[in-house]
Design a protein. Structure first.
Length: 575
């Protein structure tokens, strides 16, 4: 009798705990998502009740709240600091980077609760690191009117953060406090796999869930091969068993995706692109915006289950591939920094869509696109998933950054890039880039005007560096990250993001009537420059008729012209 009473008491306690940990999503029959205070209070309860849950804050956010991360393991025998030679895999789950896409927020709460209450088994060789809400400011700014095309929940957050930044464009430039806190957390936890939960925009189709994976060519080497041949297909197979026909993120914004589409190439500004620089297998699940909210959350939950299962079953391989890739990065001679889609290479996928058509718009009376859900189809379509590196840069022995460029140096420090500072003034021969041309973005983009199509000239100079200037040796695991941010031709380099724009404006000048005399004296003792001037006059009629242009030509080829103008202030030590 006593055993029966004990069992009933335990069962009653279990039910009470489960009910206390029901989420607003569940209580609302799948129509609502949690507000920020409910989310944090809920996770605090879970942390207090279960020792296998560890909750902590890391850094600040622009919203004034700290960034929270929760670790969930089989037991309490794990640490936030990733130990060397760990046999346990870490899966980082990021939620609410766009709080109007809250599927992962609610799915992660239920997932963690089901693990700790025994409803769902978490393998011993997997630890979850869950960011309950990344964009806290956007989560606090709730409305039923945001994401007007999305099918639920009843009310949700805003895409921008407290600075109105899109945080999924901020992982390199790090304009937000969120990004700084995330990078500190990321480099500490060092995840093997990252999942960044989203909701898609774009075309209408039958699939509930689509997926962005680290582009396998860009990930590179054995990791890229494993991603392309085993990891991504493995997730597709597991999702199929759960009743979901998964397809790659529908990266097509034309009238219909049935013509096929290319894989989304995530740059380092994005979460998955950033993670790839640190040899992490990264994924962005994108549930479909037009599916009911409850269905989307259920699919997101199932997706995370599949990642847990595959990661556990392949833990040794995943850890080994990452370790090997990092060792290869240390000795690798050159790195790719830009990619082009190979239109001649494609695979075939089964796409379940709806027939697209046109009908008169009730607004304009003109033809408008619509999808006819009474006409579903299943077709084999082309998927373009091969990218070619179109620019490779040889790795220097080291980079040298003068200490005045502290904004860049601070970002390297936050990413735990190894460096040292010169302990005395030193003269070194270095390779110097001169910016010959670039195209500045015509419109502002996330607080910047991106510089692209950068043209360079390289030369070697003997230069004096000061005590305290920063030297970054290129024999470290961070090599790929360093190349992507410091090589100015890389699409997400710190030059592209305007951190070095001060060099693009000339600071010194001259008064024509004074410099005329100085220039004449200079040319008397500089026959080489005199010949260059004469040759240009002979070949360029407009130049020959423009006295100001000729004086400027002499100035720019004289020692009076400031050396810092258009000279990229990150120097490459070759020997």
């Amino acid at each position: 009798m006593r055993k029966i009473l004990c069992f009933l008491l335990l069962l009653s306690t279990f039910k009470a705990h489960s009910q206390a940990l029901s989420t607003p999503f569940e209580k609302s029959n799948g129509n609502q998502t949690s507000v920020y205070s409910e989310i944090i209070d809920w996770w605090k309860k879970l942390d207090l009740q279960y020792p296998q849950v560890k909750m902590r804050t890391i850094g600040a956010t622009d919203a004034g709240f700290p960034l929270t991360v929760v670790m969930v393991g089989k037991d309490s025998n794990y640490s936030f600091q990733r130990p060397k030679n760990s046999k346990t895999t870490v899966i980082l789950i990021n939620n609410g980077i766009h709080p109007g896409e809250p599927d992962g927020i609610d799915a992660s709460m239920m997932l963690a609760r089901d693990i700790v209450t025994g409803k769902l088994a978490l393998p011993e060789n997997v630890v979850l690191a869950i960011v309950p809400v990344y964009n806290i400011g956007g989560c606090l700014d709730r409305s039923k009117n945001y994401r007007v095309d999305q099918n639920g929940p009843e009310e949700f957050g805003f895409r921008g953060n407290s600075q109105n930044l899109d945080l999924n464009r901020d992982f390199i430039k790090m304009d937000s406090k969120e990004a700084k806190a995330f990078v500190a957390m990321y480099r500490m936890i060092d995840p093997d796999v990252m999942i960044d939960n989203h909701v898609s925009n774009g075309a209408d189709y039958q699939h509930v869930m689509t997926l962005i994976a680290s582009q396998h060519n860009k990930l590179g080497g054995a990791m890229g091969e494993f991603m392309n041949k085993q990891f991504e297909p493995g997730i597709y197979t597991l999702m199929k068993k759960k009743g979901y026909d998964l397809v790659p993120y529908v990266n097509s914004f034309g009238e219909s995706p049935e013509q096929g589409w290319p894989e989304f190439l995530e740059g380092p500004r994005y979460s998955s692109g950033y993670a790839s620089l640190w040899q992490t297998f990264a994924f962005v699940p994108e549930s479909h915006m037009l599916k009911p909210y409850a269905q989307r959350v259920k699919a997101t939950y199932a997706m995370m289950e599949c990642f847990i299962q595959f990661t556990s079953e392949n833990a040794e391989t995943i850890i080994g591939l990452r370790q090997r890739a990092r060792l290869e990065n240390i000795t690798r001679a050159e790195f790719p920094i830009n990619w082009t889609l190979n239109r001649n290479a494609s695979s075939t996928i089964q796409f379940r869509g709806y027939t697209a058509g046109y009908k008169p718009s009730t607004i304009s009376g003109l033809p408008r696109l619509y999808y006819d859900r009474t006409k579903p189809f299943t077709k084999e379509v082309k998927f373009y998933n091969e990218y070619t590196a179109d620019k490779n840069i040889k790795k220097p022995k080291a980079y040298i950054i003068p200490q005045g460029w502290w904004e860049v140096i601070d970002r390297l420090k936050l990413n735990k890039v190894q460096y040292y500072q010169l302990f005395r003034d030193t003269v070194m021969t270095v390779e110097v880039y001169h910016i010959d041309g670039y195209n500045a973005g015509a419109r502002p983009y996330e607080k910047h005007h991106l510089n692209g199509d950068v043209k360079l000239t390289a030369s070697q100079l003997s230069m004096k560096f000061r005590k305290g200037d920063v030297v970054i040796p290129m024999n470290q695991e961070a090599n790929r990250f360093v190349m992507e941010v410091l090589e100015p031709q890389a699409p997400d380099s710190y030059f592209a993001w305007n951190f070095f724009d001060a060099i693009l404006g000339q600071k010194e000048g001259y008064s024509d009537y004074v410099f005329e005399e100085t220039a004449a004296e200079f040319l008397k003792g500089s026959p080489a420059v005199k010949k260059m001037l004469d040759d240009k006059r002979a070949s360029d009629t407009a130049f020959a008729r423009n006295g100001g242009a000729q004086l400027e030509f002499v100035y720019r080829n004289s020692p009076y012209y400031e050396p810092a103008n258009m000279r990229y202030p990150v120097y490459r030590l070759l020997q």
